[in-house]
Design a protein around this ligand. Structure first.
Ligand SMILES: [Zn+2]
Length: 312
């Protein structure tokens, strides 16, 4: 049972109550539908954590937002099992990141009318990457970052357009709550605009600075805020070996960076190793999966603050 059929119940009860008592049939008994069989709330399935956050911020408790990728995997390279695919297929709305995210979606059939590609508004300006080497992080196996760059939301203007697509899909699903959804979206947009304004202020200082990224995920951040970034393929939890250090020093010989941007807190030994070649560490967490603490906005604020401190 969904919300729409549920809303006819009070009417039935009202009609029954209006009948003259003399010939009234026995009063109907309310029948509860077990929640386990049919969920009461519309189901919104999402491809990554930013979309989960946007949907929850805009719809609140009116829908059930479900993000099924495990916490220790990159949702972009996650392989959903059969049950997860079925959940996506039965959803009322499927919020996809677009930009070649969710590699699994190419191999399954999703109901087209339910799918919202949240990066469709800027599909023409997506960045193509030529990255030949493969590597792995987490249980997802080997992958390459070749093809379309997909960390779209760390350009906060693009994040705002994605949030707008989420709002549109929710308004189509819940037309009676159009105004409330709009108000909640406005609040989210204000937060994203504020992040964009701070990064734009920073970009005047960042634009002259060559930077090194520990992983090739910062294309859109670099483009919007005028950053000059070259990437290695490192993980915050792994200490760079000799080959990794050679790759880094090769980059540094023509690209005199003083800072390396990490996706998460690097281990101390890595910090020491890169300090020896003149690099300091700063964290900018893209937050594709659920953060250990805080939420999308607090993590992004911490990211921006770290850059503001590094480039005063
Ligand atoms: Zn990777």
């Amino acid at each position: 049972m969904n919300i729409r059929t549920f809303s006819t119940l009070p009417l039935l009860i009202l009609l029954a109550a209006c009948k003259p008592a003399a010939d009234a049939p026995p009063a109907p008994v309310a029948v509860q539908t077990p929640a386990a069989i049919t969920p009461a709330k519309p189901q919104v399935l999402v491809a990554n954590y930013p979309l989960q956050y946007f949907a929850q911020r805009i719809a609140g408790d009116a829908v059930e937002v479900r993000f099924l990728a495990p916490k220790d995997e990159d949702p972009a390279f996650w392989q959903p099992d059969e049950a997860a695919v079925t959940a996506f297929q039965n959803a009322d709305i499927i919020l996809m990141n677009g930009a070649g995210y969710s590699k699994w979606a190419d191999k399954v059939t999703l109901p087209e009318s339910k799918v919202a590609d949240t990066s469709a508004a800027f599909a023409k300006s997506l960045i193509q990457v030529n990255e030949v080497s493969t590597h792995s992080h987490g249980p997802g196996g080997e992958h390459s970052h070749s093809g379309t760059a997909f960390t779209t939301w760390i350009d906060f203007k693009q994040a705002s357009l994605q949030a707008q697509a989420v709002r549109n899909a929710l308004q189509a699903l819940l037309p009676d709550s159009k105004d409330a959804l709009e108000t909640n979206f406005d609040g989210l947009k204000d937060d994203l605009d504020e992040l964009d304004r701070r990064m734009s202020d920073l970009s005047r200082r960042l634009v002259k600075q060559p930077l090194v990224a520990s992983h090739p995920v910062y294309h859109y951040l670099a483009r919007r805020y005028g950053m000059n970034v070259r990437s290695v393929l490192w993980e915050p939890e792994n200490v760079p070996d000799d080959k990794a250090m050679t790759d880094l020093t090769t980059i540094l010989s023509g690209h005199r960076a003083r800072w390396m941007i990490w996706e998460g807190e690097p281990v101390e030994e890595s910090v020491a190793k890169i300090a020896a070649v003149g690099l300091k560490s700063v964290i900018f967490d893209p937050c594709g999966n659920v953060p250990e603490s805080g939420d999308f906005i607090t993590v992004m604020k911490a990211n921006v603050e770290a850059l503001e401190k590094a480039f005063p």
